[in-house]
Design a protein around this ligand. Structure first.
Ligand code: AMP
Ligand code: GLY
Length: 425
């Protein structure tokens, strides 16, 4: 089987490494890929959002199966375009990908099907949104851009002034373009956040082990929101009892709701959950694997990822084995200083072997490039140093040991990944 994986981040690297364990997979292609992925797949420089170019590449290379991982191409209908040309895909079609592409859609879906989530209203005019926030007079108030915004479209306003600024940024200044044509204003929830990624064929849903992201740039959850600075799996807060409630109250109702709406979802559905006092509630859905959640979840998968991916498409997930290791996994992200704002690229990365790896960890490459056998920084998030351990403490120790040895100029990382969880567990 010749597989094409679309994307260029650490998440794609984790997907590729796991797919390569499948006896059926003989050839891996990644577009566009990155420096480190080139050790595991043939990287071809087609942009992840270039639907036409990607279909052309898949046809030219006669790929047998295509895995579409990033949100943009999914929302743009890359799976539809590939399938139309007879290329089987892992990932939702455009109609189903709307669950991430429009927060207004996903909130209305949850309301219609009584899926627990924060109370909300949708607005297409900033004045009306502001009038509502003033009338509610409950802070923090959560203001979200309807559309995709690189994970940065959620603003938490502590007071009226911040709410006004948030609405201005999203709806008037259009910091995220048309994504801010509508906003969702919602109630602020408190509790522990957990991510659960799940395989689904639209009928059966099989959750993966739980995980927890660290979204802020700096220690103690300070600084700007990022794509994610580190992850651990599983989350000790996600007990079997809570997992069962999530299954019954959120996961199954969501896939059934999508099917009823004529938007059957096939692929990986990501549930962002808040474990509140009243029980688990959905914060958000993503129509894809999370980054860097995937980097700690897939290493714990014992079953054949390719078989599972095929089963999500063919509707045979129920009879397909999805088994998990009971070990723990941690991923610490090494980022370029300045990320998520401006940063420099092109620094040499020290401590990697010729395949971009380092002893004792799995190094997932995100923003890297390879030139003359050396690796250089080439993006905001650069590497994810991932380790598996018998306990979370053990996994973290191994990841942080590697952080000392894999280095580059201006490197930034959080020193407290998993700390709160270790203390609470
Ligand atoms: P989202 O992109 O919807 O996942 O939001 C990004 C982050 O904002 C989440 O991971 C939460 O930490 C936070 N967040 C979003 N909505 C809420 C809410 N209603 N209450 C509290 N925190 C929220
Ligand atoms: N790490 C959060 C996401 O992938 O959306």
């Amino acid at each position: 089987m010749r597989i094409l994986v679309v994307g260029s981040g650490g998440r794609e690297h984790a997907v590729i490494r796991k797919l390569k364990e499948s006896p059926e997979v003989t050839e891996m292609i990644c577009a566009p890929g990155n420096g480190g992925i080139s050790a595991d797949a043939e990287c071809i420089n087609v942009k992840a959002t270039d639907i036409e170019g990607m279909v052309k590449l898949a046809l030219e290379k006669q790929v047998d199966f295509c895995v579409v991982t990033p949100d943009d191409p999914l929302a743009m209908g890359m799976v539809d375009a590939m399938e139309e040309k007879g290329i089987p895909c892992f990932g939702p079609n455009k109609k189903a990908a709307i669950i991430e592409a429009s927060k207004a859609f996903s909130k209305d879906l949850m309301k219609k099907y009584s899926i627990p989530t924060a109370a909300y209203e949708i607005f297409d005019e900033p004045d009306k949104a502001m009038a509502y926030i003033k009338e509610k007079n409950q802070y923090p108030a959560v203001v979200k851009a309807d559309g995709l915004a690189l994970g940065k479209g959620v603003l938490i306003a502590q007071n009226e002034k911040e709410a006004e600024e948030a609405l201005k940024e999203l709806m008037i200044d259009k910091a995220f373009g048309d994504s801010g044509n509508q906003v969702v204003v919602e109630e602020f929830m408190t509790g522990v956040e957990v991510s659960v990624l799940a395989f689904t064929d639209g009928n059966t849903i099989k959750p993966m082990v739980s995980s927890m992201d660290h979204k802020r740039a700096n220690d103690n959850d300070e600084g700007l929101n990022t794509g994610g600075m580190g992850t651990i799996a599983p989350s000790p807060f996600y007990t079997p009892e809570i997992a069962q409630r999530c299954m019954d109250e959120i996961f199954v109702p969501t896939i059934q709701a999508l099917a009823k709406e004529g938007r059957t979802f096939k692929g990986c559905l990501y549930f962002g959950l808040m474990l509140t006092k009243e029980g688990p509630k959905a914060v958000e859905y993503n129509c894809r694997f999370g980054d860097p959640e995937t980097q700690v979840v897939l290493p714990l998968l014992k079953s054949d990822l390719f078989k599972i991916m095929k089963a999500t498409r063919e509707g045979t997930l129920e009879e397909t084995e999805v088994e998990w290791s009971d070990k723990a996994c941690a991923c610490v992200i090494e980022a370029s200083g300045g990320y998520p704002e401006s940063y420099k690229k092109g620094y040499e990365i020290h401590g990697l072997d010729e395949n971009g790896q380092h002893q004792g960890v799995i190094v997932y490459h995100a923003g890297t490039k390879k030139e003359d056998g050396k690796f250089y920084t080439n993006g905001g998030r650069v590497l994810g140093l991932t380790a598996i351990g018998n306990t979370l403490g053990e996994a973290l120790e191994q990841s942080y040991a590697a952080v000392k040895e894999v280095t580059f100029t201006d490197m930034h990382y959080r020193t407290d990944i998993g700390r709160k969880i270790k203390e609470a567990a």
